[in-house]
Design a binder for this molecule. Structure first.
Ligand SMILES: Cc1ncc(COP(=O)(O)O)c(C=O)c1O
Length: 436
């Protein structure tokens, strides 16, 4: 049932643009011709003209099981009807059950874990940094260049994009390190120089004792840049030798999206101290949090920390539906199969279209980079815009990232079908041919 009567397209755009702060418009997907979305179903969304699209963004990777998923509707709906909020000043069954279910998703024998829930990715990142600082009694946090961990003040210190930074003093205590980009990294391919870079940076730019270092297993916003094999485990050794904790940001990679593993870090043989969660965790409801080693949380418990909406039971019920739905519907396996289909299809297109310079990712977190010259890796920005528009016209919403806006990120809901991916690849084939 619509919440309010339909508003004509242009009128709605005008009214939102007038009443919403212009700062909300700084991440445009279709700045010239914005879309109005009215509803979602499975992996698809519908615009105000009734047109159906495959949502290749999963609304910023927030939809995992799918739109209007019956289990989310049932579990979150039941909780909404019985009690829409219960703060952590009280006890509630959803919070207890979810914490147990989440911990059970950690690799067997990996440690004694506890869960702390908040509301957004950046909030959970801030919580992880504070916990690491309080536990180690060290201050500096190391972060990778090209990382995106959110834009609230603490998280912002670890997000490496000038375009996201206001012209005010940045939060103190964050030091960035060159990221091990195997396609365009400053030290070229390989792992050794990037590990040495962490050691050099700790020596040159910190007190020598750090609070921790944060990693995305695949840098998502930065253009789907995966950490190469062995890097995370070796980096973790360096971080621990400097007294720091290993913080893994699973905001994009968690909950089965990687296909091969439930968590991104599992593909790397690294043991985290704090795992940060968000986005698809609640199948679209706002919830985030950390899974943290008990001893770290116990030190942090010496400090009073409260969050009004953290662990809201409706959001927690939705989050429970994600754990149950991914397991019961085999969605991690689907992410592996559909991701494999997408990657194979992209490689076939790369053989045919010189515009595709590189293909990266794992499962349903996939990116491909468009270049006008494969050797120079020159961003094909204008072609990217044409292809994105043509894809939309064909019924596929995709998003482009990186400063050159030439990396397409394909992250549909985990329920995407074989026919959906085949259709996306066929539309992309046509769009690439036209754009060239
Ligand atoms: C890897 C990663 N970490 C953290 C965040 C911040 O999440 P939020 O936007 O919910 O604050 C994002 C958001 O895009 C992200 O991609």
């Amino acid at each position: 049932m619509p919440v309010s009567p339909p508003i004509p397209h242009d009128d709605l755009i005008r009214r939102r643009d007038r009443a919403f702060s212009p700062s909300v418009k700084t991440f445009p997907i279709f700045p010239k011709n914005p879309m109005v979305l009215t509803r979602g179903e499975g992996a698809h969304v519908f615009d105000d003209a009734g047109r159906r699209y495959l949502d290749g963004t999963a609304q910023n990777l927030c939809i995992s099981l799918g739109f209007a998923h019956p289990l989310t509707l049932e579990m979150a709906g039941a909780q909404l009807r019985s009690m829409q909020h219960c703060t952590t000043l009280f006890y509630n069954d959803q919070q207890a059950l979810y914490a147990e279910e989440l911990i059970a998703q950690m690799p067997a024998g990996s440690g004694d874990w506890v869960v702390h829930l908040v509301n957004s990715g950046a909030e959970a990142i801030d919580l992880a940094f504070t916990m690491a600082r309080v536990h180690t009694r060290n201050f500096e946090i190391l972060t990778l260049r090209n990382a995106y961990h959110g834009l609230q003040m603490g998280a912002l210190g670890s997000t490496a994009f000038a375009t996201c930074r206001p012209p005010i003093p940045p939060p103190a205590g964050y030091v960035s390190v060159h990221h091990p980009d195997q396609y365009k990294g400053v030290f070229g391919p390989g792992v050794d120089p990037y590990v040495a870079e962490i050691e050099r940076t700790i020596f040159a730019a910190t007190s020598g004792a750090i609070a921790g270092m944060i990693f995305e297993p695949i840098q998502g916003f930065g253009g789907v840049v995966p950490m190469p094999p062995t890097y995370l485990a070796r980096a973790a050794d360096v971080v621990r030798r400097a007294g720091g904790l290993v913080i893994i940001d699973e905001v994009q990679t968690g909950f089965g999206r990687m296909g091969s593993h439930y968590w991104g870090f599992e593909a790397h043989g690294v043991a985290p101290d704090i795992v940060v969660l968000g986005k698809g965790m609640g199948n679209g409801l706002p919830i985030s949090g950390v899974i943290v080693r008990r001893e770290i949380a116990e030190t942090f418990a010496e400090t009073r920390f409260f969050n009004t909406f953290g662990a809201n039971p409706v959001a927690v019920a939705a989050a429970r539906s994600v754990i149950i739905g991914v397991r019961e519907e085999g969605l991690q396996q689907n992410a592996a199969a559909r991701g494999g289909q997408l990657e194979a299809g992209l490689h076939a297109l790369q053989a045919k279209h010189a515009l595709i310079g590189d293909i990266r990712g794992c499962g349903l977190i996939v990116g491909f980079e468009l270049v006008t010259d494969r050797a120079a890796k020159t961003p094909a920005t204008a072609q990217g815009e044409r292809i994105q528009d043509a894809m939309r016209e064909a019924g596929f919403i995709t998003v482009r990232g990186t400063p050159g806006r030439n990396v397409f990120r394909i992250n549909p809901p985990l329920c995407v079908t074989e026919a959906d991916i085949a259709g996306l690849l066929a539309a992309l084939d046509r769009a690439l041919a036209d754009a060239a």
